[in-house]
Unconditional design. Structure first.
Lengths: 454, 166, 387
């Protein structure tokens, strides 16, 4: 493969195969630093707080939440959609960027996929506890029960069950299969002991045979080809939870592609947040370079602008439609009691990513880090605006109500954040954060090294 | 796999490995397997490897999943427990599509992953010993069967940068 | 490395005969069969939109590849580049709608009490309609010209500034296009059914354009290769175009389904009327649309080797081209011509005429410079590209 001299190297510091292995494995095998302990202490505390709130919710019931008859969906569904959305970036990086042959993905795909899995786990929590009696959660699956009834396959909530469980399973398989060769590396590098035995089992006896590599490559490509439409379908189906209804602000046909785009947008923001911390903490600046950050920022501009176009389209159409309820929805969102949520969403999602058109800003790590958090906040508010402002003004004026979360809901959200970061902190201690074999396969053509032409 | 009658040739980069594979195959010696730390571009055609049929497995798995998913929903709502939801017809195809799609993807993905593990005979095995622990780090290795003498291999590979032939 | 396409007299004559002959047959059929004026004008709109879509899809293809630092497309970039040369002509043809406004757009001449259309008057009125049209085209023409000019400069000069300028134009184009592609679809297509609205509509039209454009590029490459040109286009390039055609056909279906499902599910009379008319009065075309644009490309291009055989791929691309013509027919005719709509001599002859004109302009633009942009800094990657 010939590479134009115009392209900047993806991996810095003239690396050999051996140094790649050691660069990535050393931080994992040595003792964690104090930052890691501080991090896991904070996130673990949040996790415990959340766990207590789960207990509280189940013990006392959904009445402990701030929901009322008009606003039946509040923080719970907001968090659910937010977390699912965050997960989408991982699949986007590992599947769609693989199909588009973006080599820079090799440095971030492993941790982004891990992020996907943890984010989907966080998301799955909310519908389950919102059922009130989570022990009966299996009712959502079609199984031959004693009443001879089945679930309602016409319901988008049932589609959700299928979409999210498929998404979780396929992402897990994709992530694990991709990691097997690297687990093999860990197994061969780690000192004999119980850990070595565990990695032996986990590596499925990977030995690097050419035939296995061939099948592995074919499998990865095929899984990517499946995961790409899958990731579209998942957030589309999530959007249909809203869009199949006839509530102004929910029933709009642009929702499926707009939700997908928003999901990737927020997911990339979260990947950036995590990667900027990780590269610093694990000393991986040579692998996750400013170039990577810039590429991700470009995707943020693209998806953020698509989301912005969707906002404008929705605004225009609610005026254009000539439906009075749509008109009211438009005005109520911008100037009603939740105006602040709407304007936070607009500022964070529509305006702030446009700053990234400036090259100086999108190659600035500190700025990117701050912006990624701003976008995460903005996308959370987007879902809040969609859920709450559309619900709180019902068709019947007598049903109008306001919604305020209680400490229980806030605690649940903090708890999922805690779980997410705890899981990620454990992940970086247990598995290689960067796909070692994939980086090795691109270092020749894209590393900082004399490129051999032949 | 590793009996006394094999010859192991070790390299430290992909280029000499590819050249060696070509030379050894030209000389008529039989390559049992090649081991590399990452998928080497151009190795599959050099070994004249047939393209894997994993995609076919995926297609069949996906087709089964899709048909099962659609068929099940149809059976539930038209035969087993007909019930009108939201004024829609009993066989409301559009709202069966999402679940059908998810079943297709799930079956296709799981069948392909299963085929990969079964065909490659990869399984959790705590007694596993690698051919050479450096393969997963930075060494490339060719295993030639013992029909050919090590001397002959050495002459065939003269001029190619090898680390070790044994 | 320098290969020039020769736009021979033979080609010129065939295309001129197609264009002029098609037009004459169309006019004759109008005078003989006396179809309703709405059908005549809807046909003009349909072909305007169809061929404009090919140009705009090509411009989008170029812009998005350039801004993403793509290397693989550089060997074939002259093909989409010359497709964008049609835009000024498309502009003139679109201005013709001025004479057909009343026959296509109910909102331009309704009488009596219609509060919904009255509410839209700030947007849907004839002067503003044409002001917007001029604005869209001015932007599209200027920005695609900017890209084309700088590509031409790279034929003679190695200066990287031309390459970088193209990228700037590409970025501006994408932003401008993002807004205008939806807005133009609302104006020219969605407003035909004046009471109806759908937020996804603009994106749906846009992906249709892009797929048509990909299919057209594949057909053009097939034709040029048969004529002995484009030796340097490898099977790997064909493979990638095939993958794009496959993927975006599926994506188009996704958007089609999203729109259909949500309107079907919500069952609001104002919204479902759109699909009820199409499913009841145009039932065959409604299903043919899905068949040609989804089922055939999906199963036809699923296998690996299907995307690598140019003849087969070109066949599928041809089916998709027909499919998207039918898709536009679905969007335009039921609202504009209603019971007067049909597919007969006027439709076929006018499309042939447009095709002749379109190819004439495109091939002329293609012949003006070398088929390969010699000093494109990413060209080497493309010439040795392996997919």
């Amino acid at each position: 493969m010939i590479q134009s001299p115009l392209r900047a190297p993806l991996i810095k510091g003239k690396k050999t195969y051996q140094s790649i292995t050691s660069d990535i494995l050393d931080p994992m095998m040595s003792k964690p630093g104090s930052l890691w302990y501080i991090g896991i202490f904070i996130s673990g505390s949040a996790l415990l707080f959340g766990a207590f709130m789960i207990f509280w919710t189940i013990w006392h019931g959904i009445g402990t939440w701030g929901l009322n008859r008009t606003v039946g969906w509040g923080w719970g569904i907001t968090n659910f959609v937010w977390w699912i959305g965050i997960g989408h970036a991982g699949t986007f990086i590992s599947a769609i960027l693989l199909l588009f042959r973006q080599k820079w993905r090799t440095s971030i795909n492993r941790s982004a996929e891990a992020m996907t899995i943890f984010a989907v786990m966080c998301a799955m929590l909310f519908p389950i506890i919102h059922m009130g009696r989570p022990l009966l959660g299996f009712y959502i699956f079609p199984y031959p029960n004693t009443r001879g009834m089945w679930v309602n396959f016409n319901s988008p909530l049932v589609w959700d069950v299928f979409a999210i469980s498929t998404y979780f399973t396929v992402s897990l398989v994709f992530w694990y299969v991709g990691m097997i060769p690297d687990i093999g590396t860990v197994r061969d590098k780690i000192k004999a002991g119980w850990k070595k035995t565990v990695y032996k089992v986990l590596s499925f006896g990977w030995k690097g045979s050419a035939r296995h590599w061939h099948r592995h490559e074919v499998l990865s490509l095929m899984l990517a080809a499946l995961a790409a439409p899958l990731v579209l379908s998942v957030h589309s189906i999530v959007s249909m939870d809203f869009a199949t209804s006839v509530i102004p602000g929910w029933h709009t046909t642009i929702f499926p592609p707009y939700f997908v785009s928003g999901a990737i947008f927020s997911g990339f923001a979260m990947v950036l947040t995590l990667m900027i911390i990780t590269r610093k903490a694990l000393n991986l600046q040579d692998y996750i370079t400013v170039g990577h950050v810039e590429s991700m920022n470009k995707i943020i501009i693209a998806t953020g602008s698509i989301v912005g176009l969707a906002y404008i389209t929705e605004m225009f159409m609610s005026w254009y439609s000539g439906v009075e309820y749509e008109h009211y929805m438009l005005i109520n969102r911008a100037t009603g009691p939740y105006w602040w949520a709407y304007w936070i969403m607009m500022t964070c999602n529509l305006i702030s990513p446009q700053l990234l058109w400036i090259k100086k800003l999108r190659t600035n790590i500190v700025f990117t880090f701050c912006l990624s958090i701003v976008i995460n906040i903005g996308m959370w508010f987007e879902r809040f605006v969609i859920v709450v402002t559309s619900l709180h003004r019902d068709y019947l004026t007598s049903s109008w109500a306001m919604y305020k979360p209680t400490i229980v809901e806030v605690g649940l959200f903090l708890g999922t954040l805690g779980f997410f970061f705890t899981a990620f902190f454990i992940f970086i201690r247990v598995f290689p954060v960067i796909a070692i074999a994939e980086v090795k396969s691109v270092v020749k053509s894209s590393g900082e090294k004399e490129t051999k032409k032949d | 796999m590793e009996n006394a009658k094999t010859i192991t040739i070790v390299f430290d980069d992909e280029q000499p490995l590819l050249q060696a594979v070509k030379k050894i195959r030209e000389s008529g010696a039989n390559i049992i397997d090649v081991f590399t730390p990452f998928p080497v571009h151009g190795l599959d055609p050099a070994l004249s490897m047939k393209r894997s049929r994993i995609p076919l497995v995926g297609f069949i798995g996906g087709a089964i999943g899709g048909l099962l998913g659609f068929g099940f929903q149809t059976w539930v709502f038209t035969v087993d427990y007909p019930l009108v939801f939201g004024g829609k017809p009993l066989l409301s195809v559009p709202s069966f599509i999402p679940v059908t799609f998810e079943c297709t993807i799930l079956f296709a993905a799981l069948s392909m992953a299963g085929a990969f593990f079964i065909k490659s005979r990869l399984k959790p095995d705590k007694k596993f010993e690698p051919v050479d622990p450096d393969i997963t780090d930075d060494k490339f290795l060719i295993l030639v069967d013992g029909e050919t003498s090590a001397e002959k291999i050495k002459t065939v590979l003269s001029g190619i940068n090898t680390i070790e032939i044994k | 490395m320098d290969e020039q396409f020769k736009f021979t007299n033979q080609y010129r004559n065939v295309l001129a005969i197609a264009a002029i002959g098609g037009l004459l047959v169309f006019l004759a059929s109008v005078f003989i069969f006396k179809p309703d004026a709405s059908r005549v004008w809807a046909n003009v709109l349909l072909n305007n939109q169809y061929f404009l879509g090919i140009s705009l899809g090509a411009a989008f293809f170029l812009a998005v590849h350039r801004i993403a630092w793509s290397g693989w497309h550089t060997a074939l970039q002259r093909i989409p580049e010359s497709l964008t040369a049609f835009l000024p002509v498309a502009f003139i043809l679109m201005l013709l709608l001025f004479f057909g406004m009343h026959d296509i757009y109910h909102w331009s001449h309704y009488e009596g009490y219609d509060p919904i259309l009255e509410g839209k008057e700030a947007w849907l009125n004839v002067p503003f309609f044409f002001i917007r049209m001029v604005a869209y085209f001015a932007g599209w023409i200027a920005l695609t010209r900017g890209m084309r000019k700088n590509t031409d400069m790279l034929q003679d000069s190695e200066d990287l500034k031309f390459h970088n300028r193209r990228k700037v134009f590409a970025g501006i184009f994408l932003v401008f296009f993002g807004v205008t592609v939806s807005a133009s679809a609302w104006d020219w297509l969605m407003s035909i059914d004046g009471h109806w609205y759908s937020t996804i509509y603009g994106w749906y039209v846009f992906i249709g354009m892009f797929v048509t454009s990909l299919a057209f590029m594949i057909l053009l490459i097939w034709f040029l290769k048969r004529a002995g040109y484009l030796e340097f286009i490898r099977v790997d390039h064909i493979h990638d175009l095939g993958k794009l055609l496959f993927a975006f056909s599926v994506f188009w279906t996704y958007l089609w389904f999203s729109q259909y499902l949500l309107i079907w599910y919500g069952h609001i009379p104002e919204e479902t009327s759109y699909f009820i008319q199409r499913r009841e009065d145009f039932e065959m075309l409604f299903w043919l649309n899905i068949c040609l644009n989804f089922i055939i490309p999906f199963f036809g291009l699923m296998r690996l080797d299907a995307k690598r055989q140019l003849n087969w791929l070109a066949g599928i691309a041809g089916v998709v081209m027909i499919g998207h013509w039918i898709d536009y027919f679905q969007m335009i005719m039921p609202g504009a011509a209603g019971e007067h709509a049909g597919i007969g001599i006027p439709e076929i002859s006018l499309t042939v005429a447009y095709m002749g004109l379109f190819l004439f302009i495109v091939l002329k633009a293609l012949a003006s410079r070398s088929l390969i942009v010699k000093h494109d800094p990413l060209l080497e990657e493309s010439l040795h590209y392996e997919s």
